[in-house]
Write a protein that binds this ligand. Structure first.
Ligand code: DGL
Length: 265
């Protein structure tokens, strides 16, 4: 029997589309619900307490409404702060998105890697722990940028990012001691892969970018192995916690990800 329960992706904004995309490619018949907490956006400048309270409560409401088979927290800020709270509160498998420090350390030749995330993510003990466990012999530079999050939201809406602004933000990594040897950047915010081409063009020397999207897609496929899917792909749904003219204007961009209806929570 076909099972129409969706996979629910959750982010503060549109960044989680960079996680939804590789998952949709691996599981083309998976019904998708994409939720952007536009009423709470941005998360990266919020306190740990705010995120730890807001995210589990919201996901509880979403789980009731959409009955997902699995939830992907497609947000590094929410995952590094609230993943444990969400798992404790909900009886649904939860996949989090945490900075891809391990693959970055595996591929870096210079042993200098950068973690580019939100201000909230880069200060998390979760990141200290990943750096210690998987990049012990690397210099791990960190920089948190709210400006890049805003530029990524605008880019999805069709606004080309300003290269000078990107350069200024990347300086937050490259201008640190060791930055001249930086060869791998972890996109530790799901918004940043949406800017990846422009970031690569703005970098002062060639660097590789790594993010968690493809690994999460494989994890989701593994966790749903053996489950039934609808025979035909169903239209995906985008949900905003606050619907505005700006979120409605994203309709054509969302449709490119298969999200052809927009609703509010
Ligand atoms: N996309 C989110 C992340 O991965 C956060 C963006 C924000 O709301 O600041 O961290």
């Amino acid at each position: 029997m076909a099972d129409t329960r969706p996979i629910l992706f959750f982010d503060s904004g549109v960044g989680g589309l960079s996680v939804l995309e590789p998952t949709a490619r691996l599981l083309p018949h998976a019904p998708l619900v994409y939720v952007a907490d536009s009423a709470g956006f941005p998360y990266g400048t919020r306190s740990e307490a705010e995120i730890a309270a807001r995210v589990p409560a919201l996901l509880g409401r979403l789980a009731e409404r959409y009955d997902p088979r699995l939830i992907v927290i497609a947000c590094n800020t929410a995952s590094t702060i609230a993943l444990q709270h969400v798992r404790a509160a909900l009886d649904v498998p939860i996949v989090g998105t945490v900075p891809a420090i391990k693959p970055a350390a595996e591929q870096s030749r210079t042993r200098v890697i950068g973690v580019l995330g939100t201000e909230a993510t880069v200060r998390q003990p979760y990141v200290d722990d990943l750096a210690q466990r998987f990049a012990g012999d690397c210099t791990v530079l960190r920089y948190g940028s709210a400006a890049l999050v805003a530029l990524a939201e605008a880019a999805l809406g069709g606004e080309a990012p300003d290269l000078a602004a990107l350069r200024g933000e990347l300086d937050g990594l490259f201008a640190q001691p060791g930055g001249d040897r930086l060869d791998t950047i972890v996109n530790a915010c799901t918004h940043f892969p949406l800017l990846e081409d422009a970031l690569a063009a703005a970098a002062p020397h060639p660097v590789a970018f790594v993010d968690g999207g493809p690994g999460i897609a494989r994890r989701v496929r593994h966790l749903t192995e053996g489950q039934a899917w609808p025979d035909q792909p169903l239209p995906g749904r985008a949900v905003f916690t606050q619907r505005t003219a700006r979120t409605d204007a994203l309709a054509p961009a969302l449709a490119r990800y298969g999200l052809t209806s927009i609703e509010s929570l």
